[in-house]
Design a protein around this ligand. Sequence first.
Ligand code: UDP
Length: 320
Amino acid sequence: MKALLTGGAGFIGSHLAERLLALGHEVQVLDDLSTGSIDNITHLKHAGGFSYTIDSVTNEPLLAEMIDRSDVVFHLAAAVGVKLIVEQPVHTIETNVHGTEVVLKHASKKKKLVCLASTSEVYGKSADIPFREGADVVLGPSAKHRWAYACSKLIDEFLALAYWKEKKLPVVIARLFNTVGPRQTGQYGMVLPTFVRQALAGHPITVFGDGTQSRSFTDVSDVVDALIALSLEPRAIGNVYNIGNTGEISIRDLAERVRTLAGSQSPIRFVPYDEAYEAGFEDMPRRVPDLSRLRSLIGYEPKVALDEIIRRVIEHFRAA
Ligand code: UDP
């Protein structure tokens, strides 16, 4: 296939590009480097079938031309990271809503498949664990900026499904659960790279809140394999899929696991949410995916367990 990856110089996008190329597909990357980095794709520059353009998806003439030259669009360009969202809510909402709007509009003109990267954040504070794609979402009030991220991605999902219903644009929606791995930076608040950096530097590991909140971390290699399989499966069209790993861990236990695997003496420091983010910040207590829909469609089983994920991230930072 000829794939266009918006956000292809980001953490997930660069792994997807690498995997697609290894499978013999062609890859065009469109990325404005707002949170992505050219370093993520430097090693691909001379690979056959690879090209990249540094620009925004909102450059519509360019986007239209790149969509013309592709069979499938993986739309990964978005504002990500809770820290970024809390600090720059206008940027988050505009980037996530407008970016998807123009991608769907131009893909629709040529009826090119769009694989939309959404997020487990859309389940919000729901206590109906594990999260099933058809379940209700539970979001907080608009005065709490964190929820702007979930809302902006939900609008993207609604719009994609509306294009499918009304204009027969083939779309597939993937809700990604805490994707982690080499090349993810801690710059935008993500917990695992932050903990690994802190542990390797011997600095305190900053656990927000009391650390009893839990997450289910998924290795980026499992995520990109699932995205590719979904894009090749016609029965996926018009549907939403969780992509994740059911291994759940509390953030406090994660801090301890990282410390042990890094051989670090770092103390664990508990930081109140108000101090870490902003006054009145709301976190999600638990987040675990139900994977039955994805499993029955493509036989998905995540291959990389948490200790191995952590080891790979440690190696990445040690080599940097
Ligand atoms: N977290 C933490 N210390 C950090 C960064 C994050 O304890 O330095 C917590 C955060 O409050 C959340 C969890 O780790 O409960 C996962 O945060 P992340 O931003 O990686 O992803 P989220 O699941 O919130 O989107």
